[in-house]
Design a protein around this ligand. Structure first.
Ligand code: SAH
Length: 437
C-alpha cells in the first residue's frame, strides 16, 4: 500500500488528559534511532501499521522494546505505580488473595500468578502478608508465578524476591525462563506468556498490566468505521503521523460493536484474549483474578498516551524512549469474560482500598512509628493512593471469580439449621464494605 496516498487522512485529537505526574526529570536521553528506523522501514515495505502493531513493537520488541530494555519505574524513571508508592497497597492485596482462597474452601494449592510484575514490589509485599498469615494458610502449598516479557525487569524482580539466587534456563525456548526460591523459601518461576503457567488453583493479579497491551484505534467517518494507522509523515521523513484507512480493515469490521455510539473507540483485543484465558483457567481449576488499572467503563474515546520522565510526551515522537499506555476499557473486559464467571466492579481504588481497611492499617502503622519523616511519608502516600483528585478515582479495580463464589448456598432438605449450620458465603473483600460483628 502506498503510504503517501492522498485519501489517508491525517488525524488530530483533543487536548491530552493528565496522568499521575509526581516530579519531572530532565530529558537527557537521545532518542534510540534504531526503533524509529525499524518502524519506518517496516512502513516503507508494507504500508502504514495499526496502532496495535506500533504499540507492540515500541513496547515489547525483543531487541529494542521499551519494556525489554528499561527499568522505567520509580521517581527516576518515567512513571510511578501504587505498589512503589506504599507497602500498604500490596499488603491489602495480599489480604484479598487470602480471603478469596478462603472463600474457595481453602484449596491445598495456591498459585499466586502476577502479570507484569514491574520491580517485584507488589509480589514481595503480598508474600510478606502470606508469611504473617502463615497460621491461616496452614499446610497449603504456595508458589509464585511471574509473567514478564522483559529480561531486564525479570532480573530486578529476581533480585528483590530471591536475593539473586535464581537461575536462568539453559535454552531460550524453555517456557520457564528463570526459576528460584523466594527469601521465605517459596518456589518462583518466570514465563513470557500466561499460557505457559501451569494449571491449578490460582489467584491472578494484574496491576498496570492491561494498559500496556496494544490497542486498535477506530474513527467514525461518513463512510463508516475506519482504522487509525501510523504512517511516515511525507513532509518530515523522520517523523510519524496518524492517518485513517480509506477502506475498512479486518479489525475495524470485527472489533467495533454494532451499537457503538462514540465517534472514536479504542479496543484492546489482546486484553480480551488474556481475559478469556483467565476465565478458562478460573472455570476449570478454580481461583480468581484481580485487575487494577486506570480505565473507564466504555465511555472514553482517545486515551492513548506516552509518558517520559513523569511528563506527557508525544506518542509518535522518539518511539522506544517513552512509555505508551491506553486506559483500560473494563466494559470490554466484562463483555469478553462472558457469562460463565462472576465479574465484580470496576470500583474506584479509593473504594476498594477503604473497603479493604486501609484507614485502620494506616492507623496501626502510625501508632508504631515515631519518626516524623516516616509518619509524614505514610500519610502522603495514603493520600496519593486514595485522594479522589490523585489516584483514588482514576484507578479502578475489577475482579473475575468462579461462578460458585457468589452462588447462594443450597439448603439441604431434612436438616434443621440447628443441627447443621449452612456456611454463609464470605463477602468478596474490597468490592463490598466489610463489617465486623
Ligand atoms: N505491575 C507493576 C509494573 C507495571 S508496568 C507495577 O504496578 O508497578 C507493566 C509491566 O508489564 C512491566 O513489568 C512490563 O515489562 C510488563 N509487560 C508489558 N507488556 C507485557 C506483555 N505483553 N507480556 C508480559 N509482560 C508485559
Amino acid at each position: 500500500m502506498n503510504t503517501r496516498q492522498h485519501n489517508w487522512r491525517r488525524l488530530r485529537w483533543g487536548p491530552p488528559q493528565t496522568r499521575l505526574s509526581c516530579s519531572s526529570s530532565p530529558d537527557l536521553e537521545k532518542p534510540p534511532h534504531s526503533m524509529l528506523r525499524h518502524l519506518t522501514s517496516k512502513i516503507k515495505s508494507t504500508g502504514p501499521i495499526s496502532v496495535a502493531e506500533y504499540m507492540r513493537e515500541v513496547l515489547t520488541n525483543p531487541v529494542t522494546g521499551y519494556y525489554v530494555r528499561n527499568n522505567m519505574l520509580g521517581p527516576d524513571g518515567d512513571f510511578i505505580t501504587s505498589p512503589e508508592i506504599s507497602q500498604i497497597f500490596g499488603e491489602l492485596l495480599g489480604v484479598w488473595i487470602i480471603s478469596e482462597w478462603m472463600g474457595a474452601g481453602r484449596p491445598k494449592q495456591l498459585q499466586l500468578v502476577e502479570l507484569g510484575p514491574g520491580k517485584g514490589s507488589l509480589a514481595s509485599d503480598i508474600l510478606r502478608v502470606f508469611s504473617q498469615l502463615q497460621s491461616v494458610l496452614g499446610e497449603a502449598s504456595v508458589s509464585l508465578h511471574l509473567v514478564e516479557v522483559s529480561p531486564t525487569l525479570s532480573q530486578l524482580q529476581a533480585q528483590n524476591l530471591t536475593g539473586n539466587t535464581s537461575q536462568e534456563a539453559d535454552s531460550e525456548d524453555e517456557p520457564v525462563y528463570r526459576r528460584g526460591k523466594t527469601t521465605a523459601g517459596l518456589p518462583v518461576c518466570w514465563y513470557r506468556r500466561l499460557d505457559d503457567v501451569p494449571t491449578g488453583f490460582s489467584v491472578f493479579v494484574a496491576h498496570e498490566f492491561f494498559d500496556a497491551l496494544p490497542i486498535h484505534k477506530f474513527q467514525r467517518t461518513e463512510k463508516g468505521w475506519r482504522e487509525v494507522m501510523v504512517d511516515i509523515d511525507p513532509e518530515k521523513p523522520d517523523h510519524l503521523r496518524f492517518v485513517v484507512t480509506p477502506s475498512p480493515t479486518l479489525a475495524s469490521s470485527t472489533l467495533v460493536q454494532a451499537d457503538e455510539r462514540r465517534d472514536h473507540v479504542e479496543v484492546c483485543a489482546e486484553g480480551g484474549v488474556i481475559i478469556q484465558q483467565l476465565v478458562r483457567r478460573i472455570t476449570e481449576d478454580g481461583g480468581a483474578a484481580l485487575i487494577a488499572d486506570y480505565g473507564h467503563d466504555g465511555t472514553k474515546t482517545d486515551t492513548f498516551r506516552a509518558f517520559k520522565g513523569h511528563q506527557l510526551h508525544d506518542v509518535l515522537a522518539s518511539p522506544g524512549t517513552a512509555d505508551l499506555t491506553a486506559d483500560v476499557d473494563f466494559s470490554y473486559l466484562r463483555r469478553m469474560a462472558g457469562g460463565g464467571v462472576a465479574c465484580m466492579g470496576p470500583v474506584t481504588q479509593r473504594t476498594f482500598l477503604k473497603n479493604m481497611g486501609i484507614d485502620t492499617r494506616l492507623q496501626v502503622l502510625l501508632r508504631n512509628c515515631t519518626d516524623p519523616n516516616t509518619r509524614k511519608q505514610l500519610i502522603s502516600s495514603y493520600d496519593m493512593l486514595t485522594n479522589r483528585a490523585k489516584m483514588g478515582e482514576r484507578f479502578l479495580f475489577f475482579s473475575v471469580l468462579h461462578q460458585s463464589r457468589l452462588a447462594k448456598p443450597k439448603k439441604q432438605d431434612g436438616l434443621s439449621l440447628e443441627k447443621k449450620k449452612i456456611p454463609a458465603q464470605l463477602p468478596v473483600a474490597g468490592f463490598t464494605e466489610l463489617s465486623f460483628s
